[in-house]
Design a protein around this ligand. Sequence first.
Ligand SMILES: Cc1ncc(COP(=O)(O)O)c(C=O)c1O
Length: 391
Amino acid sequence: MTETPELPSADAPEPIPGAAELFTLDPAVAHLNHGSYGAVPAPVREAQRRLSAEQEADPDAFFAVLPERVAAARTELAPVLGADPLGLALVSNVTEAVAVVLDSIPFGPGDEILVTDHGYGVVTRAAERRAAECGARVRVVPVPLELLDPAPAVLDAVTERTKVALLDRITSPTARELATPPLLRALAERGVLTMVDAAHVPGMLAPDLEVGRPDFWFGNLHKWAFAPRPTALLAVTEAWRERIRPLTYSWEHEHGFPFNVEWRGTADYTGWLAAPTALRVLEGLGVERVREHNVRLAAYGQRRLVELTGLPPLPGSERLAMRAVRLPAGVAEDEAGVRQLMRAVGERLGSRVAVRPWVGGGVLRISAQVYNRAEEYEKLAAGLGELLRAG
Ligand SMILES: Cc1ncc(COP(=O)(O)O)c(C=O)c1O
């Protein structure tokens, strides 16, 4: 079923008192793209600064107990996902987690890795590289932008060759929910291993890691969970933990997962140690309150974009703090067009948004975070219409 969704007449939420002041973003810019790089609150940066000072005061003492401190940080972070701390490893980012998992799965000739055309570009390319090395192949399932339920299209593409489904929990270019727990269960019932790219999940969606039980799950904490960059978590089901192949061989190798994945020799681990502070900042604001605020503000922003530009909204993001609209045919259909539009939106409208190329008209995504205000979306919506009309 495909159709343009009706948008509820969402009002903008009241700002959460004191929340915007936690950030040091340039007030001259409307930062409507939290989804790409996140933003780190000042108290979290201060926690990391203190850790760096401690490190530089006595590097020997700092590094002597660092693996234990990393493990303690992970134990504090695990409840965000409702996960077992020993089933999780801290990693730098989703890019790294994907590499670790793909390297750990033995692919043979003819095996297929299922992805969709909403997947994050570099994640799909990592799967393609691994598949090519093993004589396997990546099969891309097209999910039309207006399709309300992508699950049947994904399940229809499963064959006896499908070894892995690598799917986004929340898609990056199109801001929609895709790898939902029912879809993951249906894939598991068909004997398909599931790899969930949950880059946007921590801090945005309530934990549902255990519900769908994907074999591999990875999410960034430096997007919606306010952690310093780069901080992410990789969750692995018990059956696979011993078979995980870390990218590097380290002194923690013999301790197995998660220690062998976490320890990469001498490196700066202060961001990971500061990640629990990020969690406390989020909890201090109220995790549910932040979620509700962001979802309502994103809905408001999308509604105003639709009303003032006439662009159609994309479906599937009703619970998310990111929303997308479809750009007219001929706009942002390739990378050059994307760069041109993002530059124009930045320079002429003073706004940061995400734009991804799509044949037939690109996709423009907005995010909402506690530091955003309704007026920023009003200004974007009014200006974007003019920008597109001017060509
Ligand atoms: C869905 C998705 N996967 C993967 C990534 C890559 O994340 P990172 O650069 O932190 O590895 C992103 C980044 O925006 C993303 O949105």
